[in-house]
Design a protein around this ligand. Sequence first.
Ligand code: SF4
Ligand code: SF4
Length: 388
Amino acid sequence: MEKTAIKLPPNFESYDQARQAGFLRMKELKEKGARVVGSFCTFIPLELVYAAGALPVGLCAFTEEPIPAAETNLPRNLCPLIKASYGFALTDTCPYFYFSDLVVGETTCDGKKKMFELLNEIKETYVMQLPFRRTEQDVAFWREEIIAFQKKLESVFGVTITEDDIRKAIHLKNHERQVMLRYLELGKLDPAPLSGYEMGTRVDAGSFSFDLEQRCAAVEQRTEEILADWEANYKGKSSERPRLLVTGCPNAGVREKIIRTVEELGADVVAIDTCSGVREKIELVDENDPDVYHALAKKYLNINCSVMSPNESRREYMSKMIDEYHVDGVIEIVLQSCHTFDVEAYYIKKMVTEEKGLPYLNIETDYSQADKGQINTRLAAFLETIDK
Ligand code: SF4
Ligand code: SF4
């Protein structure tokens, strides 16, 4: 098969285009009275936001423009995601932050939780205290935090959230998880039916459509299109392109310079283990649990982000992914100064190289383009080490 990267569909929107297009949609929704909750992390139980009749919007930032402003108050030696997110708020240049009636954070990594204290000076920031283990005691504590968050939503929006509202929202979000997972699991097909660049962008950019059902329908339609194309044109053929798994920090801010580049160099990114990739979608909220808060607490604490300690479940799941997606090599992306992923990389590398016998590349980077050339060279050299 040819070495060129898999083509993007004609109507493909980049992450930045989708984010921009969402500004107008959000403005119109606000004018019609929409309630908006801005959040930063996958651990926030968005089911409660939907149950409050509000719209969630992600405030994690993936661009370098607001970073110099952020560095006037934050140390330079901090993860670019944290600096960019704060910088947008400080410079009042993120319409989603501006339109948020409530901003909610969570105590994940140290940098983020301390940044929320500064953010609170700009706009009230409600912080959920996330435990970092998964014992019954932690589940009970997180359950209480979820109930407290519900009370906060009720008081901000002057609404009463019933158990029935929460159950409906759980059902809706579970459906979304299944739709997204089915799309992401297209990467298991061999040869790869779509690019990892498209996969990651579509999942991240989907959050700017604000209509969950519409978002699911669009992804389902794309999944069917890809499947039909694969059956007709690729099934049964072999590909020389190495199949890669990308893991680590949220990568939307470096997707162009790493994922797009490695695909242009001749590989296919078939599996994405990040919090917007499969990591949050592999486990549903148990709809049969008589205690909805317990069901939410259990599901969210099981997200295997590196802020949890210990976090063996990430390696266990990745090991399964490597087999199921027929992975030939792993790239770990660590955003500069992200200590939790950086330290956990020790175990990931060990699992990939020793247990699986596969090549592993760790790229520590930020949102600037300064290391683009160097990354290019490292990616090309990495692909040379893959036996395909
Ligand atoms: S990587 Fe972890 S801490 Fe960071 S946004 Fe994702 S889930 Fe939250
Ligand atoms: S990438 Fe790492 S340092 Fe940055 S916000 Fe997420 S967990 Fe924190």
